[in-house]
Ligand binder design. Structure first.
Ligand SMILES: [Zn+2]
Length: 329
């Protein structure tokens, strides 16, 4: 009797969390539909925060998800509404929170992240094409809406910031990016790079005492004007850039525009060019033959090099052989 060592799995928990399971799927030529169901579990009321384990009803939601095998992939979710168990609470019924999408979203968080990550380096049109190859259907307008929804969360108490100019749309429009130096996350993106908007921003962030900035003097004067006590340092990137710039200037002066190396030695002037005509190797030419005799292997057997019928005695072949022999002499 053969003992089975492997068994098919029913566990698809890696796709979802412990409160949801897959119960069916339908695959078509270009799409994949995964049907998921909530398990009854306890859920916090979004208004009062009290945990509830009293399901009220189920409802259906449909999300586009990250594609599997480059097929447009949908999650069809059959999930619960819960009764709030707190009699004092204004919220009577609430929808359970899903770990992969917020209320009213039609795409999962993971898919939105994929769309943003892809379109960050491409035009909206280019991103649409790449995503469609991957199995994501998304309109240019949707990509733009996702971008428009990104918000930078400011911090009026920030003390140490980095300032740099950033190009939006490949060098056509410039912006001033402000980072929190503790973890380098973006806290503001201001229009232009002339220092004007930066002045306004600094007025409402007057706890700033250290700025790492690039070499732009517009930023330097804006900072000195609004926060004269603030320490300004050049950031590492721009220090290195400065250093490399100066080193290049020094080397340019010291070094000739061209350096010639001949036989391992540096020479002052360009080596003379020597023209040398190559004569063909006689023994190689001797080994070629121009006749119609078929090729043979080392033991003398004819090598059949294709399966066509060649009548080597036909007038056409005879004529070609004569021409080749004539040209070779
Ligand atoms: Zn409640």
């Amino acid at each position: 009797m053969i003992r089975l060592k492997y068994f098919p799995t029913q566990d698809y928990s890696f796709l979802l969390d412990e409160n949801h399971y897959v119960y069916d799927h339908i695959e078509t030529e270009d799409s994949l539909h995964i049907y998921i169901k909530s398990k009854e579990h306890s859920c916090a009321c979004p208004v009062c925060g009290k945990m509830s384990s009293t399901p009220h009803a189920t409802y259906k939601r449909k999300f586009q998800d990250t594609p599997i095998h480059c097929k447009q992939t949908f999650l069809h979710a059959n999930v619960y509404k819960y009764d709030c168990e707190n009699p004092e609470c204004d919220c009577k019924v609430f929808m359970e929170g899903l770990p992969f999408a917020k209320p009213s979203q039609v795409r999962t968080d993971a898919l939105n992240t994929l769309i943003l990550a892809t379109s960050m380096f491409l035009s909206n049109e280019g991103a649409g094409k790449v995503l469609s190859l991957l199995g994501v259907q998304v309109s240019n307008d949707t990509v733009q809406r996702l971008y428009d929804r990104i918000e930078f969360i400011g911090d009026p108490d920030v003390e140490e910031i980095g300032i740099d100019d950033a190009a939006i749309r490949k060098g056509q429009t410039y912006a001033t990016a402000i980072y929190d130096l503790r973890d380098h996350h973006l806290i503001a993106l201001l229009g232009g790079r002339d220092g004007g908007p930066l002045k306004e921003w600094l007025k409402s962030h007057n706890k700033v005492r250290l700025v790492a900035r690039d070499r732009a003097s517009a930023y330097a004067s804006a900072i000195s004007e609004v926060l004269p006590g603030c320490v300004q340092v050049a950031d590492r990137f721009h220090l290195l850039q400065n250093l490399l710039g100066y080193m290049k200037d020094i080397f340019k002066e010291e070094m000739p525009p061209q350096i010639y190396i001949q036989d391992g030695n540096i020479s002052e002037k360009a080596p003379e060019k020597i023209l040398k005509e190559k004569t063909p190797e006689g023994s190689f030419l001797e080994s070629l033959h121009y006749g119609n005799t078929p090729p043979v292997d080392p033991s003398g057997n004819v090598i059949a090099y294709d399966n066509k019928k060649h009548d080597l005695n036909s007038a056409q072949y005879q004529h070609q052989e004569k021409t080749r022999e004539k040209n070779s002499n």
